[in-house]
Design a protein around this ligand. Structure first.
Ligand SMILES: [Zn+2]
Length: 79
């Protein structure tokens, strides 16, 4: 974060305890999870969105394997 910039924060999503804020002054995205706050460049936010999506899909597949033992993870190309 550049100290000489005036912070102008805009809440993009979420709420108390879990939210994503964009600072126009610093041009960074702040991911707030409880007491933890992580600053990300805009490209990093898009990367995070992508891997969160992949993780959610793979978790769904893993749960499907538990429900149907004959279901094989290898049948899917999730990359
Ligand atoms: Zn700022």
């Amino acid at each position: 974060m550049r100290e000489d910039e005036v912070c102008r924060k805009i809440v993009l999503a979420g709420g108390e305890g879990c939210q994503i804020v964009y600072c126009e002054g610093c041009q960074v995205v702040e991911v707030q999870l409880g007491a933890i706050s992580v600053h990300l460049e805009l490209t990093a936010l898009h990367n995070l969105q992508s891997i969160l999506g992949q993780a959610a899909i793979k978790l769904s597949v893993l749960k499907a394997i538990k429900v149907s033992p004959e279901f094989h993870y290898d049948q899917f190309n999730l990359e």
